[in-house]
Design a protein around this ligand. Structure first.
Ligand code: GLU
Length: 423
C-alpha cells in the first residue's frame, strides 16, 4: 500500500493551482476564450455518500468522489485515492492533471480521478474491502472499460483494484478486467505496472541529466515519500549508481551522506511502519529533507510541498516530480529563476498511466506482453515526450511545466475542437 509524506492542504487549494497552471499555458498559446472556458471546468463531478458497517457494528457514512475533467481524447483515466484530507477540489485538480498527463505522453485517454475521505491506516482489511466494494458500486454510473478506468493512487493498491474489478464484474455478470488497471497479475494485471511510475520518472531524469550534462553515477538523490513512487524511484536511482542520501514518509525523514540502501530502508519501514529511526541515519523533518543539498530531488508524496516559503531554499540541480502537484506556481517561478531544472508531474510521473494504458490494451486483446517489452515501450514513450516538452521549452524560452502544459493543452484543445460542440 502506498503512503504519502507530509500533508498540508492549508497552503493552496490544488484546484486553484491547477487552474493557474492551465491559465499560464493558455495565455502563451493564445487559446480561444471559448475553449478556455470549456477546459477550465470538469465535465462531470460525482459526489457519493455511502454507509459502511464498521467492526463494532456501528454504521459510518463515508464521502467519495469521481471526477472526469475532459474525455475528448478517450475514456476517463485516473487513480483512486484514500486519504482523510481528500476534497472535491483536490480530486478535480488531480482529474485535470490526468487530462494533461495523458495528452503529454500521447495516450488516448481523458482525465479522471477518484477519492474517498477515510483513514485507511486505522481500518482493517475487511473494512477496506467493504468500503471499496460499496464505493465502486456508487461510482458505477461513471466507470467502465470504455468509459472511465480507475487505477491505484495514494493508499490504494492492486488488491483495491481487484475488489473493484470483481464488484463491477459481479454487477455485470461477466468478468471485465479492463475496467481498472494496476490489477494483480493473476487477474489481468500487467508486468511492470507496479514500478511504472518510478521507472518512467527515472527515464525522464536520465533524459534531463543528458540535457544538463549531469553524471548520475554518484549523483546525490533525495526522495520525499516512500510509497510506491518513492520506494521504486530510490531503488532505480541506486541501480543507476546514484547515492540516495535522504528519504522520508509521514513519520519524518532520514539522512545519511554516505548513502542509504533503499531495500534495507523498505524492510525497516515494513517492520516499524516508518523510515524514521532507521539505524545509522540521522532523523530530519520532511521540510528539512526538501532543503538538502543534492543533485536530484524527487518529491514523491503529495501536493503542496514546495511553495513560496521553501523554494528559495531548495538546493537540488533537478527536481523530478514523481508526485502530483508538489510545487506551487510561485515556487515554479523561484526554481526557474534559480536555474533549477524541474521535470513537471504531468510528464515525470506519466509512466504509471502509460503502463496502465498497456495493461488496458492487453486486457482488451487478451494478449499479454513480457516485462522487457513493457519497459522498452515505456522508455520510448517517456523519451519522446521528454523531447517534445524540452523542444517546446527551448522554442519559447519557458520552464518545463509551462512547456508540458502547452504541448498537452494544445492536443486536448485540438481534440475538443475537432469533435465540436454537441448538439
Ligand atoms: N494514480 C496514477 C497517477 O496519478 C496512475 C493513474 C492511472 O494509471 O490511471 O498518474
Amino acid at each position: 500500500m502506498t503512503t504519502a509524506a507530509v500533508i498540508d492542504h492549508t497552503e493552496r487549494d490544488p484546484w486553484e493551482v491547477a487552474l493557474e497552471q492551465f491559465d499560464i499555458a493558455a495565455d502563451k498559446l493564445h487559446l480561444d476564450p471559448n475553449m478556455r472556458g470549456i477546459l477550465r471546468e470538469c465535465q462531470r463531478e460525482l459526489i457519493v455518500h455511502f454507509p459502511v458497517r464498521m467492526a463494532d457494528g456501528a454504521v459510518k457514512v463515508f464521502t467519495g468522489y469521481r471526477v472526469q475533467h475532459n474525455v475528448s481524447r478517450g475514456p476517463g483515466k485516473g487513480g483512486i485515492r484514500y486519504h482523510p484530507s481528500v476534497t472535491l477540489g483536490e480530486v478535480k485538480a488531480l482529474a485535470m492533471w490526468m487530462t494533461w498527463k495523458c495528452a503529454v505522453v500521447g495516450i488516448p485517454y481523458g482525465g479522471a480521478k477518484g477519492g474517498v475521505v477515510c483513514d485507511p491506516k486505522t481500518m482493517s482489511n475487511q473494512q477496506l474491502e467493504t468500503l471499496t466494494r460499496r464505493y465502486a458500486t456508487e461510482i458505477m454510473v461513471l466507470i467502465g472499460p470504455e468509459r472511465d478506468i480507475p487505477a491505484p493512487d495514494i493508499n490504494t493498491n492492486s488488491q483495491t483494484m481487484a475488489w473493484i474489478m470483481d464488484t463491477y464484474s459481479m454487477h455485470h455478470g461477466y468478468t471485465a478486467p479492463a475496467v481498472v488497471t494496476g490489477k494483480p497479475l493473476s487477474i489481468g494485471g500487467s508486468e511492470g505496472r507496479n514500478e511504472a511510475t518510478a521507472r518512467g520518472a527515472v527515464y525522464t531524469i536520465i533524459e534531463a541529466s543528458k540535457h544538463l550534462g549531469l553524471d548520475l553515477d554518484g549523483a546525490r538523490v533525495v526522495v520525499q515519500g516512500f510509497g510506491n513512487a518513492g520506494l521504486f524511484s530510490a531503488k532505480l536511482m541506486q541501480e543507476l549508481g546514484a547515492s540516495v542520501i535522504g528519504v522520508s514518509d509521514t513519520g519524518g525523514g532520514i539522512v545519511d551522506p554516505k548513502g542509504l540502501d533503499p531495500a534495507k530502508v523498505d524492510a525497516f519501514k515494513k517492520e516499524h511502519g516508518t523510515v524514521s529511526g532507521f539505524m545509522g541515519a540521522d532523523r530530519i523533518t520532511n521540510s528539512e529533507l526538501l532543503e538538502l543539498d543534492c543533485d536530484v530531488l524527487i518529491p514523491a508524496a503529495i501536493e503542496n510541498q514546495i511553495g513560496e516559503h521553501n523554494a528559495p531554499k531548495i538546493r537540488a540541480r533537478v527536481v523530478a516530480e514523481a508526485a502530483n502537484g508538489p510545487t506551487s506556481p510561485e515556487a515554479d517561478r523561484i526554481l526557474f529563476d534559480k536555474g533549477i531544472f524541474l521535470i513537471p508531474d504531468i510528464l515525470c510521473n506519466a509512466g504509471g498511466v502509460t503502463v496502465s494504458y498497456f495493461e488496458w490494451v492487453q486486457d482488451l486483446q487478451n494478449l499479454f506482453w513480457r516485462e522487457a517489452t513493457i519497459n522498452a515501450r515505456l522508455k520510448e514513450v517517456m523519451v519522446k515526450s521528454f523531447s517534445d516538452v524540452l523542444e517546446m521549452s527551448k522554442k519559447h524560452k519557458i520552464d518545463m511545466r509551462t512547456a508540458a502544459y502547452m504541448v498537452a493543452v494544445h492536443r486536448v484543445a485540438e481534440a475538443t475542437l475537432t469533435r465540436g460542440i454537441y448538439p
